[in-house]
Write a protein that binds this ligand. Structure first.
Ligand code: URA
Length: 209
């Protein structure tokens, strides 16, 4: 699993335990997902290239560093991905946020895009697709295809929790996409839930169950 990175920072792992706990209510769940997203953003952006910049400090001239190169685009998978956007934007405030709404046609089983709104400068951006729960991998796979079709060449996938089944799909379809996780769980159950997982991320974020 060479392109899979489990971010095992103690703060991420500690907070994930409370996120998983069924007794954690909506307000706390939302706050914890937001905090973990910011911590994950810190790790995911480790490889951003830097360039030198000469500035004047109050005492002298200094050659310092700033991030160079491409700009970042975030693409949350609806709906649970929305819960991770604000945490990411706290660390990467200049990022633009695109949306790709997809469903599977029940007859053809082909993905249908019902809403796509992306930054106009796709080729100039590195994208981070955000799917909190990588279960079968279907939605993330379709969203990545959709981005590539429009010219995106550098894409990372960020998930809170993944099942091995979902990871396998992304690795097969998109070997160029690095996958960043807070945890790689055991498996999917017969209903498509990740085991042990955290339940339905969208419902827990938005209090709909
Ligand atoms: N989506 C969720 O929200 N949870 C799962 O366990 C699987 C998919």
């Amino acid at each position: 699993m060479s392109n899979v990175f489990v971010l095992d920072h103690p703060l991420i792992q500690h907070k994930l335990t409370y996120i998983r706990n069924k007794n954690t209510g909506t307000k706390e769940f939302r706050a914890l997902v937001d905090e973990v997203s910011a911590l994950m953003a810190f790790e995911i952006t480790r490889d951003l290239p830097l360039e030198e910049k000469t500035i004047e400090t109050p005492v002298t001239e200094a050659v310092t560093k700033v991030i160079s190169g491409k700009k970042i685009g975030l693409v949350p998978i609806l709906r649970a991905g929305l819960g991770m956007v604000d945490g990411m934007l706290r660390l990467i405030p200049a990022a633009k946020v695109g949306h790709v709404g997809l469903y599977r046609d029940p007859e053809t089983l082909q993905p249908v895009e019902y809403y796509v709104k992306l930054p106009t400068d796709i080729e100039e951006r590195d994208f981070i697709v955000i799917d909190p729960m990588l279960a079968t991998g279907g939605s993330a796979n379709d969203a990545i295809h959709s981005l590539k079709k429009r010219g995106a060449t550098n894409i990372k996938l960020m998930c809170l929790i993944a099942a091995p089944e979902g990871v396998e799909v992304i690795q097969k379809e998109h070997p160029d996409v690095d996958i960043y996780l807070a945890a790689l769980d055991e498996r999917l159950d017969e209903k498509g839930y990740i085991i042990p997982g955290l339940g339905d991320a969208g419902d827990r974020l938005f209090g709909t169950k």
